[in-house]
Design a protein. Structure first.
Length: 266
């Protein structure tokens, strides 16, 4: 059973909200890089359940944030989380990062853990550039470079085995892990200036086997599992990854790398 794009774009948002401690800790560091007046209008591009959007809104007592995402589940959770605390200062919006509907609309754009899910970065950065006002800024972080390389190798081996190959062998990667030099080029082509990019390792150890399996299932192999025809096969796929991670040193380590991006519209 092959899922339609509208199904694969969906997330289990309550599980993501519960499990996204690594993403939240990386995202807090991105928000700490901002120097805000407090009255800006900001886009949170790929807001998920809004945990980091809330941090942004707290730093903007007189500002507002448009929290944008493609997943209806994420948007529902973000709305429930943000609107009681921030009312109309938090606007939650469904849109595709590859097709941004804004022009000269924002003083700044923040994005965390989202851009690697977008395959066409030329189009993404052109849309972000258009969305900014003159002198508007972009501060972002996403997976990049050798992000989860060891896990990808293991996934490829398992996916090629007879049980999974009919469903996964021709499945293209759902991610684009850009490197620092490539990101400079793409940002320049879109018109950005004052560009800084850099990769940083972010190795992340899960508490135990159960935590590893929940996290991998919810955050990383979501789109792969959507391709598998039944829950047993899905569980076996995650369990095989956990078996291998259990004998790593330290066990249950995810070899994350983050790509930091900062740039400005002239
Ligand atoms: C790992 S979550 C990150 C959420 C949040 N920024 C955080 O750091 O916790 C990635 C988010 O990007 C969103 N996303 C992926 N591709 C997208 C696209 N093309 N347009 C809009 N949102 C997208 C997903 O729906 C998901 O909510």
């Amino acid at each position: 059973m092959v899922q339609s794009p509208s199904q694969t774009r969906e997330w289990n948002s309550s599980e993501y909200h519960r499990l996204s401690r690594p993403q939240v800790s990386w995202g807090k560091k991105v928000i700490a890089r901002l120097s805000l007046r407090g009255d800006e209008s900001i886009l949170d591009a790929g807001c998920g359940t809004g945990r980091l959007t809330a941090d942004l809104l707290q730093a903007l007592p007189n500002g507002r944030v448009v929290a944008l995402d493609l997943s209806q589940n994420m948007l529902r959770s973000a709305r429930e989380y943000l609107q009681p605390q921030f009312g109309p200062r938090a606007q939650v919006l469904a849109a595709d990062l590859q097709d941004l509907p804004f022009e000269n609309a924002f003083d700044g754009i923040v994005s965390t853990a989202a851009f690697h899910w977008v395959l066409d970065h030329d189009r993404l950065f052109r849309g972000l550039y258009r969305a900014l006002r003159p002198r508007g800024w972009l501060q972002a972080q996403c997976g990049g470079g050798p992000n989860i390389a060891r896990l990808l190798e293991r996934m490829a081996t398992i996916a090629g085995s007879p049980k999974y190959a009919p469903f996964l062998a021709s499945f293209p990667s759902p991610w684009f892990f850009q490197d620092a030099e490539g990101a400079v080029e793409t940002l320049q082509c879109a018109g950005f200036v004052d560009i800084q990019t850099g990769l940083e390792p972010a190795p992340t150890v899960m508490d135990d086997r159960q935590h590893y399996m929940e996290f991998v299932r919810t955050v990383i192999v979501r789109a792969h599992l959507d391709r598998l025809p039944d829950p047993d096969l899905q569980a076996q796929f995650v369990s095989q990854l956990a078996d291998q991670a259990a004998v790593d040193d330290p066990p249950f380590l995810l070899d994350y790398w983050r790509l930091n991006l900062s740039a400005r519209k002239p």
